[in-house]
Design a protein around this ligand. Structure first.
Ligand code: CA
Length: 229
């Protein structure tokens, strides 16, 4: 495996960061990437709103003080559009009303500025774990069982050795059984927008999943994408 591929294997949790302060955004993005997250950054509310509504994220970090749309409004509109990813809000230290407004609008946790990046990473992991536990303990497809909480996959009750990206892809398919998923959507889910994306990697991962779990689990629909079930 080359270095880039090794790096991608590690990057498996996708986080949206909405923050207009470029210095804070840079520090957070770098720190979280080092901690193994894929980070998409939106520098204003409009872009954050749009990314959060149209793309899949495991969690979002949302600054409440944005220049265009307020963070609370962004959050309300995500929730209205049934975007249910865990949201960690960033607030000014002295503003308890912000925290209350944010939590009432559907935030899952908050952190006050200034903060330490490892604390943000730890809070995110806790939120994502909790959200996964809430969603469903295990997903099944035929004789395959996947546990989002423990990150394990079994075939006929026997544990299957699986990499982080394979797990991530399989989890995505298992949540969308019967649906045709375009390759571009799978790429979006696996990689950050800034990372070099090679569409061939999807075919490689799907090939590995077939090898480990059964040739027919994921069908290729030429020119359309992939489908499980
Ligand atoms: Ca701000």
């Amino acid at each position: 495996m080359d270095i880039l591929a090794a790096k991608r294997e590690r990057h498996s949790i996708r986080v949206l960061l909405v923050e207009d302060d470029m210095e804070i955004a840079r520090r957070l993005s770098e720190g979280l990437r080092d901690a193994g997250f894929v980070v998409e950054h939106a520098g204003d509310g409009e872009m954050g709103l749009s990314l959060g509504k149209t793309e899949e994220f495991d969690a979002a970090i949302l600054d409440l003080g944005l220049p265009d749309i307020s963070g609370v409004d962004v959050l309300k509109r995500w929730r209205k559009a049934e975007r249910l990813m865990p949201v960690l809000i960033l607030t000014a230290r002295d503003s308890w009303t912000d925290k209350v407004d944010g939590l009432n609008a559907g935030a899952d946790d908050y952190i006050t500025k200034p903060f330490h990046v490892p604390e943000v990473a730890a809070r995110l992991r806790a939120l994502i774990r909790r959200a996964a536990g809430k969603a469903s303990p295990t997903l099944t497809f035929g004789e395959i069982e996947l546990s989002p909480v423990s990150g394990t996959v079994t075939l006929k009750g026997v544990a299957v050795d699986i990499t982080a990206n394979e797990f991530r892809l399989l989890n995505y398919f298992m949540h969308r059984q019967g649906r045709v998923i375009p390759q571009s959507e799978l790429l979006d889910h696996l990689y950050s927008l800034e990372e070099e994306r090679d569409p061939n990697t999807i075919e490689v991962y799907v090939g590995r999943l077939r090898k480990k779990l059964g040739r027919d689990i994921i069908k290729t629909l030429r020119g359309l994408g992939y489908r499980m079930g």
